[in-house]
Structure formats: C-alpha cells, structure tokens
Design a protein around this ligand. Structure first.
Ligand code: SF4
Length: 164
C-alpha cells in the first residue's frame, strides 16, 4: 500500500505540532534500522482503562533518547530540511503517521488505538530494552540527576550556599 507524500501545509503542520505514534512493531523496526537514539519515551493516560500507558515515539526535537516534555508539543526529529518525513520512502513511518489524513479525515480513534497497542508485554519489553542499553528515557534521567548535582557542587552552587 502506498501512502500520500504528506507535503501539504496541513500535513506538515501535524508533524510540527507533535510526532506521530508507532505500534511496538513499528518502533522495533525503527530501532533495528538504527533510529533508536531518535525515539523518546512518551506516556498517555487511558481514561477508559484508568491507567497510564508508556510508549516509544519519534522524538520531539531536543528530547531524543529522553522523555517527552510535560507539554509534549514540538517538531518531530524525522522532519527533514524541506519539512518532509525522512522515513516516508523507507517503509518505516509509524502507523499513526501512515494513516493520519489532513482535512479532518483521520480515522476516528486512531491515536488512542495505536496508543493501546503499547499496553502489552511486547510493548513493555521493548521499552525496557530501549531504556537499558545505552541508558535512555527514565534510566538516562536517573543517571543525569546525580551528575548534575555533582556539577553544581563543583561550581559552588550547592543548595545550602549562603553567598550567591
Ligand atoms: S515520523 Fe514522519 S510522519 Fe511521523 S511525525 Fe515524524 S515526520 Fe511526521
């Protein structure tokens, strides 16, 4: 199946607003193809299930290998200099990006349906693998925190400093 090139301003704006979501199988293919460092950990509260679901998605620029910002909005790391999806011709574009359509023609519930594919052993195992080696996502954040504290102490900017 071929998919439209996504070059109209509305399609490009979608990729500028927030990265599309992959299924675990899509994300696994991206990791295997060497794009693991361009993913980020995102999460979503599924009101129907009353649970938080974690997932890997293409990163917002600046969050590569990390976690989605609290307000997860911003351009996708896979946008190229012409504002086109770098993955388009590779067959690696995430399912939501493949199926989303401009002019309000995106299939109803697509975002949530893709998100729910991560509520699975396969999804959780993939996140675990992605976060462990090299440390990414929450694991990277945990490692960075002590390093940042050490750096602040070294620079004399400890919490208890009385002379700023
Ligand atoms: S992966 Fe491609 S289609 Fe999906 S948001 Fe990024 S640029 Fe757009």
């Amino acid at each position: 199946m071929t998919h439209p090139i996504c070059s109209c301003p509305e399609c490009q704006a979608m990729c500028q607003r927030r990265p599309c979501w992959p299924t675990p199988a899509d994300a696994d293919r991206l990791i295997t193809a060497g794009y693991g460092n361009q993913l980020m950990l995102d999460w979503w509260f599924d009101h129907e299930q009353n649970s938080t679901i974690y997932l890997l998605t293409p990163a917002i620029v600046g969050s590569e290998s990390g976690q989605a910002p609290a307000h997860p909005a911003g351009p996708c790391t896979f946008l190229d200099a012409n504002n086109l999806c770098h993955l388009h011709d590779s067959g690696l574009k995430p399912t939501e990006g493949k199926l989303a359509l401009c002019q309000n023609n995106t299939p109803a519930g697509l975002h949530e349906d893709v998100g729910r594919t991560w509520d699975s052993e396969t999804g959780r195992a993939l996140i675990d693998r992605w976060e462990s080696d090299p440390p990414r996502g929450r694991r990277r954040a945990l490692q960075e925190k002590p390093a940042r504290r050490q750096e602040r102490r070294k620079n004399g900017k400890g919490k208890n400093q009385t002379n700023p």
